[in-house]
Design a protein around this ligand. Structure first.
Ligand SMILES: *Cc1c(COP(=O)(O)O)cnc(C)c1O
Length: 349
């Protein structure tokens, strides 16, 4: 299952889903029904699952569009009511909380949920086709909790099967589970971060798994100018130049998704990295190019924030005290996306 929630982790849900399906993925996964509906509308016909609902979730539309629904508890009745209105059965994946403490039915509540699901299924309002759960610490393979979660998941599967449901798929593995726990795979795995070529492990690079980061965030140097010693830089004047130097202006800021906290993170120009100096503003930030440069070598030249030809997403994540997931996901809609189709040489929208 290609997980393309949050606009494909900032990469573009439709483009990623299309590429993943062409490459052999069997399913598409979204958090919200609205995300899945947008993909259906755009022509994605593959099996699709959405698992995070509120009382405003358009279950009628989901059932009509053939979107499978994760069910954690209260949502079962709302979905059954929608199925009744539509006179069409919903396809349900029961979600079990095996230890994450977030969404999903507790093991204590599971028998009751199975009872209700069984009644709805007999009434022709739904079919339970899957059971799933989510891992909490699989990115830290040395921790024991993953073993415990997998054992609880096995218990839950046994309960569901004993209740007479004929499951098509059982799924618990996310990217770290896929990469480090083959025993978690069952019939289906839900691949998010790895799909985008990033590593979920703190000490392992994407390359160590044969992954290549898909996103390159790049702009052009928007201005270069000579400034004197002790020039204050950006809001708050928190940085002052220590000598006469050239400053380069980078036209990306926190409105584009650069974390404001990441002052000091590197911007790479022609293979050399320059730390961001002073505060990152809404639309722009500043790098110190040094005293002995020809402005013509920089003005209008490609400046890589992260990705091919620059530093890794993880470097920016570290500078922002966050994880690579957040850095790519928060790149805002103001930044145009260009997609490289097939070969790495040809760019097009
Ligand atoms: C986001 C998400 C995933 C994908 O996780 P990755 O670590 O990015 O692979 C899988 N399952 C669920 C339920 C999710 O919310």
């Amino acid at each position: 299952m290609a997980v393309v929630k949050a606009d494909g982790y900032g990469h573009g849900a439709l483009q990623v889903a299309t590429a993943a399906l062409e490459a052999g993925a069997g399913w598409v996964g979204c958090a919200h029904v609205t995300e899945a509906l947008a993909l259906r509308k755009a022509g994605i016909e593959a099996p699709m699952l959405a698992w995070l609902h509120t009382h405003d979730t358009p279950f009628d539309d989901a059932i009509a569009a053939g979107i499978d629904l994760g069910v954690s508890g209260w949502d079962l009745d709302a979905i059954a009511a929608s199925a009744q209105r539509l006179q069409a059965p919903a396809r349900i994946h029961l979600k079990v909380d095996t230890g994450l403490g977030r969404n999903g039915s507790t093991m204590a509540d599971l028998p009751g949920l199975l009872q209700r699901a069984s009644e709805y299924q007999e009434a022709g309002l739904l079919r339970v086709v899957g059971i799933f759960s989510h891992l909490a610490v699989a990115d830290e393979p040395e921790r024991p909790e993953t073993d415990m979660q997998l054992a609880v998941f096995d218990e839950a599967i046994a309960l569901v099967e004993a209740a007479g449901f004929d499951l098509e798929v059982r799924h618990i593995a996310n990217t770290p589970g896929i990469l480090s726990r083959p025993d978690s795979h069952h019939e289906l795995v839900r691949l998010g971060l790895g799909l985008y070529g990033l590593s979920p492990f703190e000490n392992e690079t994407p390359g160590s798994f044969g992954l290549r980061p898909a996103m390159k965030l790049v702009t052009r140097v928007a201005n270069v100018k000579k400034v004197p010693l002790n020039q204050g830089v950006s809001y708050g004047l928190s940085y002052h130049t220590t000598a006469e130097t050239y400053l380069g202006l980078i036209p990306l800021g926190y409105a584009d998704g650069l974390p404001r906290i990441a002052t000091g993170a590197p911007v790479t120009i022609n293979g050399k990295s320059y730390p961001v100096r002073g505060r990152i503003a809404m639309d722009q930030c500043v790098i110190d190019l040094g005293p002995d440069v020809d402005p013509a070598d920089f003005l209008g030249v490609e400046a890589v924030i992260f990705g091919e030809g620059g530093q890794s997403v993880n470097t920016w994540a570290y500078a922002a005290n966050t994880i690579n997931y957040e850095v790519v996901t928060r790149i805002s809609p103001r930044v145009p996306r260009y997609y490289i189709q097939g070969s790495w040489g040809e760019a097009g929208e």
